[in-house]
Design a protein around this ligand. Structure first.
Ligand code: HEM
Length: 404
């Protein structure tokens, strides 16, 4: 039997998937002393942890509340959660997404691409993926487009605060300062929108009301901060990943180029194969028994999404990227019966999943249209980095045939 893998080791950071296999097979429930949490890796266990109410998200009180300066959806439960979620969810689906926000998404993709349309080469992560989702959120909120760069600064500081595993005091201070600046920037605008609401997302947050409940200024500033972190880094990584996989699999890339109705399948397979959010924590309110043993009440459980999505009992050839696989139905990817766990499951299922899908599909379609000969820049395949969230840090591509 192999040694239990350590999710804080450099080998794990370089490639977590062999470790995930060992965990699923030999250590389906493993207490990690370093992070004092029980790791779970099998699809059936991760699915239970997302769906069963005994697995609370009370751990988020200490994990993410300080980052956003207020309580936000991930840490809420019961009636508080369902009402707060219902206040914001309509903006991220259906007619509002299609008619109000899809044009915003398309415009932002086009503008970013225009900046390197004639270049022989670019870094798709730096020049496109990291900027696109934040620009979209700023525009959805109806804020000044001239402030895109300021939002990138705040976004970077909040994300650094959230991933500050080493507890660096400078990073923590910068994160808190960014949060205060963002709240200070928003407060007068919130006042204006309450008085004269428009069709933008910030006006919706200011005026939406259910059961007499409305969002306070603090709820709104915390939610905007959450949107930057939850909707920025994740979608950024999904875009880098889908291009990394398609460029590494030329036959699948050619199929997608020829038939764009395959883009949703390519995205679903990207999110299964390499989920941008690799792990999510829960805190059971009572003792619970999973494969491999019992987790005591009050402990934390780390749901290894990246491991569950490669479970050989759930998927055929789990370690192959194959957008034609039949055990993953993209049309179901956003229902409660999702075919992978990259967006979570159950009551905290990603509220931005359809927005993310619209953003990635738009990005893929526009970039493929603009660059018919796109390929890896120097023939070297880029790699992913990160432990909690994971994706390519850089993706240098050749844009024009014969260039580079
Ligand atoms: C929740 C992943 C894009 C907003 C979640 C969760 C996951 C996730 C795993 C569940 C967290 C939990 O159960 O504790 C992703 C991935 C994305 C993405 C992989 C991109 C590919 C977005 C976007 C937005 C967004 C674009 C909005 C702009 C949220 C919010 C929640 C959430 C607000 C909390 C929902 C709740 O607690 O009820 N996301 N997300 N996400 N996501 Fe996403």
């Amino acid at each position: 039997i192999p040694q239990p893998p350590d999710i804080l080791s450099p080998g794990f950071a370089a490639d977590p998937y062999p470790a995930y296999r060992i965990l699923r097979e030999h250590y389906p429930l493993l207490h990690h002393k370093g992070i004092d949490s029980y790791l779970i890796s099998r699809y059936e266990d991760v699915e239970r942890a997302f769906r069963e109410p005994v697995f609370t998200s009370d751990n988020y009180d200490w994990q993410i509340e300080p980052a956003h300066g207020g309580r936000t959806l991930p840490q809420m439960s019961g009636h508080e959660h369902s009402v707060r979620r219902a206040l914001v969810a309509p903006a991220f689906r259906g007619r509002e997404l299609r008619e109000t926000f899809l044009p915003v998404i398309e415009r932002n993709a086009r503008e970013l691409i225009d900046a390197f349309r004639d270049a022989p080469e670019t870094d798709l992560v730096a020049r496109f993926a990291t900027r696109f989702p934040v620009n979209v959120i700023v525009d959805m909120l109806g804020l000044d487009r001239a402030d895109h760069d300021r939002f990138h600064g705040w976004y970077a500081a909040v994300v650094a605060f959230l991933s500050n595993l080493a507890q660096d005091p400078d990073v923590a201070a910068a994160g808190r300062r960014a949060g205060e600046e963002l709240a200070g920037y928003l407060r007068p605008i919130i006042r204006q929108r309450r008085a004269a609401p428009g069709g933008d997302l910030l006006s919706r947050l200011c005026t939406a009301e259910i059961d007499g409940i409305r969002m306070t200024d603090r709820d709104i500033t915390a939610f905007v901060s959450l949107l930057l972190a939850a909707g920025g880094e994740t979608t950024d990584k999904a875009i880098g990943l889908i291009f990394r996989h398609l460029l590494a699999h030329p036959a699948q890339l050619a199929a997608v180029r020829a038939d764009r109705s395959l883009v949703p399948a390519a995205l679903a397979e990207t999110l299964r194969y390499t989920p941008p959010v690799q792990m999510i924590m829960r805190q059971p309110a009572a003792d619970v028994t999973l494969s491999g043993g019992t987790v005591p009440a009050g402990a934390t459980v780390t749901c290894l999404i990246g491991a569950a999505n490669r479970d050989e009992h759930r998927y055929a050839r789990p370690d192959s990227f194959d957008l034609f696989r039949t055990d993953l139905t993209p049309s179901h990817a956003f229902s409660a019966a999702a075919d992978h766990v990259a967006f979570g499951l159950g009551r905290h299922f990603c509220v931005g999943a359809l927005l993310a899908r619209a953003e990635v599909e738009t990005a893929v379609n526009q970039l493929l249209d603009a660059f018919p000969a796109m390929a890896f820049a120097d023939g070297i395949e880029p790699a992913d980095a990160g432990v909690f969230t994971r994706g390519p840090q850089e993706l240098r591509v050749r844009l024009a045939a014969g260039a580079g």
